[in-house]
Design a protein around this ligand. Sequence first.
Ligand code: NOJ
Length: 741
Amino acid sequence: MTEQQLLDLFHQMTLEEKIGQLVQLDGGCFGTDAMAVGPREKLGVTEETVRNCGSVLNVLGAEKVHEIQDHFLAENRLKIPLLFMADVIYGYQTVFPIPLGLGSTWNPKLIREDYKLIAEEACSDGDMVTFSPPADLIRDARWGRCLEMPGEDPVLISHFSKAMVEGFQNTWEKGKSVASCLKHFAGYGAPEAGREYNTVDMSKRRFLQDFLPGYKSAVDAGCELVMTSFNTVDEIPATANKWLMDDILRKEWGFNGVIITDYAAISELKAHGVAADDAEAAKLAINATVDIDMKTSCYANNLADLVARHEIDEAQIDAACYRILTLKNKLGLFEDPYYGCSVEKRDSVICSPEKISAARKTANRSMVLLKNDDILPLKRNKQKIALIGPYADSLDIVGMWAVHADHKHSITIKQAMENVLDNEYFTFTKGCDFLDDYSSLGEFGFIPTIANGKFTPEQSVIEHENALTLAKEADVVVLAMGEHMLQSGESGSRTDITLPEPQKQLLHEIKALGKKIVLVLFNGRPLALTDIIEDCDAVLEAWFPGTAGGLSICDCLFGDYNPSGRLTVSFPYHVGQEPLYYSQFATGRPANGSTHSGRFVSRYLDCPNEALFPFGYGLSYHKAEYSNLTLSQTKISKSADDSIQVSITVTNTSGTSGTETVQLYLRDLVGSVVRPILELKDFKQIYLGAHETQKVTFTITEEMLRFYTKDYTYQSEPGNFKVFVGPNSAELLEADFSLTI
Ligand code: NOJ
């Protein structure tokens, strides 16, 4: 409809109808059966609110969307369609790797294309808005939601959040795009001590400098919605934080779209202790320009009274409502309230060969080879391989957020290996349970996921014996092990971030047989691998690789794909190092290079400061040498057209071709505030043929040297800098340059 028609519609709306647009309910409120009474009553909203409601949470399926929308429109006075919003985070029915794995590709362009495919699948089945991308910077491996984010670095996360928004919204190509909702704004990735939903408290400068860029990049890419985070920002919950939502997001960044809360976050303002009751909570949120109340009755039951009491202005509700109507109109819902979804369309696009092969291509690129003592790639039908471990034949390798995964198209490692190995070269058993005790997984643990059933004591004994027998007979043991799928993801915080006990024990026992071990790891966070790494001859970090995960693992293990993934998070020696990230600030007593000696420097008595596997790290089957770091000039001025060309020679010294991710870091040696010891500024991926040499060139501009200075202005400061280039944050060549006035 035209803007004028939309305005005409808006002017016909009553206050109650406008407030209805600001309310999001779940599917239970729209069913026609008795079930519907439950959620509605529990939530405390009236039938009138349901009739005026603006959007639906997490209902997908073309049939259901048609049914609910038809029923709703029949009852709704002005025929304003519902907006269907859902969590489609890293795949709909075809599941791609978890975002930690997507980040490990260091290939945002590839990920943008993948997200176009995800959007097409999701919208064919009724999705109109997706709650993605999550762009929360992660620096603490204890936090379970590390799984959902591309990594610990602001530059990297900015590239990915932009790519994901562009992929989802896909230039609004009809039937191939969904509106993207950036989340969780802001700082959600830094809960104290890594404990889910805990307080976030950090310096304003760090917040602006490190945590906001990932979100800003998604806003600049045009995301249509933003979700508030559960946490506090400067001691004010984000959902009530006017500075964050209105001053920064809307006024400074120019965001005109819809702000929605996270699940029940308005009502949680009471538990936070900043609102005495629902009315006060609703007032705080609407004053912060929050448009949609997800799953509480705070807006529905209080906004009209607040207007009547002149505690808020009706214009605030008008503005929020009009933003939501504008989004509905942009999606064309007034013309097609189903957004083109249909059973036929879904059946023709879901899990198509094109999508499965894209998922495989990306899963290949997401895997990070952490260790390889000349054992990989494995030789097909020349070595006897025993595949052992709870993930060996599990479809749970899609990860916790893949709630819509179509398991019919998933392939386990066992199935994939059976396809490429003759029987006499391949044996398999699970060997052990994921965990000794599943009760800590909480109520989620009772969902009958495919592989989390615990062995009986008798089965445990048999499996254990089988594992040792098969291991003895094998030349190489491939162990498919890791965190239980529900140990990471939302509410998956852990203080023990090592391999779960029963798996660790089995690994040690197999090593004691003198066997070669290749560990394929599944996890949604960096793990502390110190107590098992020596026992492994090779470790392939597979994350949760998705629908094509089994195939991709085979591709990497047998060398059909030369692993190219690089870590975007630091793997610690020990959980006690957390939060651990490569771009630490300089301290007055650095462990290396301090004028103080011995004990009195910034270090642990019992653990290195550094990561076991650093940011940017990953091995391949080829070998690359970096040499000859050259600068076109060693001075740069503040003039916009001045720059330094930094070049480096990368030589593949092996007979295997492969992909290198060349990384550029900077260090500002003296600033008006303390600066990080290393900051990633750029990266380039090159494909090197066997024995090939390539020169890679980066450009340093003055803009790259800017930061929030002492008085919070974002600018560069003249002085000396170091530039570093190399294959990861711990193996770098360096050179000096300066910025002149
Ligand atoms: C809570 C989660 O924090 C958020 O990521 C998700 O989008 C909403 N629930 C809706 O399911």
